[in-house]
Design a protein around this ligand. Structure first.
Ligand code: ADP
Ligand code: MG
Length: 329
């Protein structure tokens, strides 16, 4: 904890000095509300997320990583809708007005903002246990949103990047073993798949970002779309680091149940496969087909011998007493 403390207004002034600008921001930080301009023919897309100390990150997490992740996870939600991110607000609750903590937090937060051309246009600053709420705003051509409810029987199920890396880092950290540097970056500094989401407009039938675990998040798509799916765990895209760190059974378990990857899971008709590959190329995201949507409800796993079984009910739930806490305490 720093010895230097400031008033709420000093902190807001520090934020304002670094917030970034866009031509479509008529009024940013400093007035009673922000004013932004939507492009003609577009809908506003809004998503908000809260990170609480001791629940979403341990108390000793570096402020830069908290700032990075707070914005990255909100932009991931916009990415999963296919939206262009544009603006954000930041509600910051902190135990004391710690300028050094705030500066480091902003280093992470604004690095993500800059990378995606997002302006910080407002927020609120209060005292209390550390909590960060970010609301991200973006836009989409009218009715172009990638919804959870659009999956169709016969669609391929696709996933971006690699799965299980963040969960692998968390597992190593909980086990008290050395955390692999590559896996740790996946946990602490997720990169929202913004370009991919935009490239998938008109191509994907349904889309979701993997925050709570592949099975849990894909189930949301299946429930909303009233369809089922069969996945091939052997096809899951795996980083070299994850493969090296765990035996196969543990690794697959991390990939199916572990959250925090912020990859996009989407479905598209097989006829769209060439367009999907083009979207991969455009956005620089590797894409892997991991299964198929089926008419019958439920989520099934097919092992390499062709044996099909019901997928286990695993994933992160905040209000589930049996869950493993993310926090060590
Ligand atoms: P009000 O009483 O109108 O809520 P505040 O003093 O809370 O005013 O905020 C003053 C200005 O600073 C507002 O424009 C607000 O959006 C902005 N602001 C406050 N806290 C933050 C923050 N954490 N991040 C970005 N902008 C902030
Ligand atoms: Mg206020």
């Amino acid at each position: 904890v720093s010895s230097r403390t400031d008033s709420e207004f000093d902190l807001i002034a520090r934020i304002r000095a670094r917030a970034g600008m866009r031509d479509d921001v008529s009024l940013g930080i400093g007035d009673d509300a922000a004013v932004v301009r939507l492009p003609a023919g577009h809908d506003l897309v809004v998503s908000t997320d809260t990170l609480n100390v001791g629940v979403h990150f341990p108390a000793e997490t570096a402020p830069l990583d908290i700032g990075w992740k707070a914005l990255a996870v909100s932009l991931s939600d916009l990415a999963a809708m296919g939206a262009n991110p544009a603006w954000c607000t930041l509600n910051l609750t902190m135990p004391s007005a710690d300028r050094d903590w705030l500066d480091a937090f902003l280093d992470g937060f604004l690095a993500v903002a800059k990378a995606h051309g997002v302006a910080l246009v407002g927020g609120d600053t209060t005292r209390g246990p550390l909590s960060v709420t970010v609301t991200a705003h973006g836009f989409l051509p009218r009715d172009a949103a990638l919804r959870r409810s659009g999956a169709q029987s016969g669609d391929d199920v696709w996933i971006s990047g690699t799965l299980g890396d963040a969960a692998g880092a968390l597992r190593q950290w909980r086990d008290g073993s050395t955390v692999d540097a590559v896996l740790r970056v996946r946990l602490d500094r997720p990169v929202p798949r913004v370009a991919l989401g935009i490239a998938l407009r008109g191509i994907a039938n349904a889309c979701i970002d993997v925050s709570d675990g592949l099975l849990a998040d894909l189930r949301h798509v299946l429930d909303e779309s009233r369809v089922g799916a069969e996945l091939e765990p052997a096809w899951l895209p795996t980083s070299l680091e994850l493969a090296k760190a765990f035996d196969e059974a543990t690794r697959i378990q991390l990939q199916l149940a572990g959250g925090d990857d912020y990859e996009l899971c989407f479905t598209a008709p097989p006829a769209h496969a060439p367009a999907v590959m083009k979207a991969a190329k455009q956005s620089g995201a590797a894409l892997t087909r991991i299964g198929r949507i089926e008419a019958g409800q439920g989520l099934r796993l097919r092992d390499p011998d062709g044996v099909v079984s019901a997928a286990p009910r695993i994933g992160y739930r905040h209000f589930d007493a049996s869950r493993e806490a993310r926090d060590p305490a």
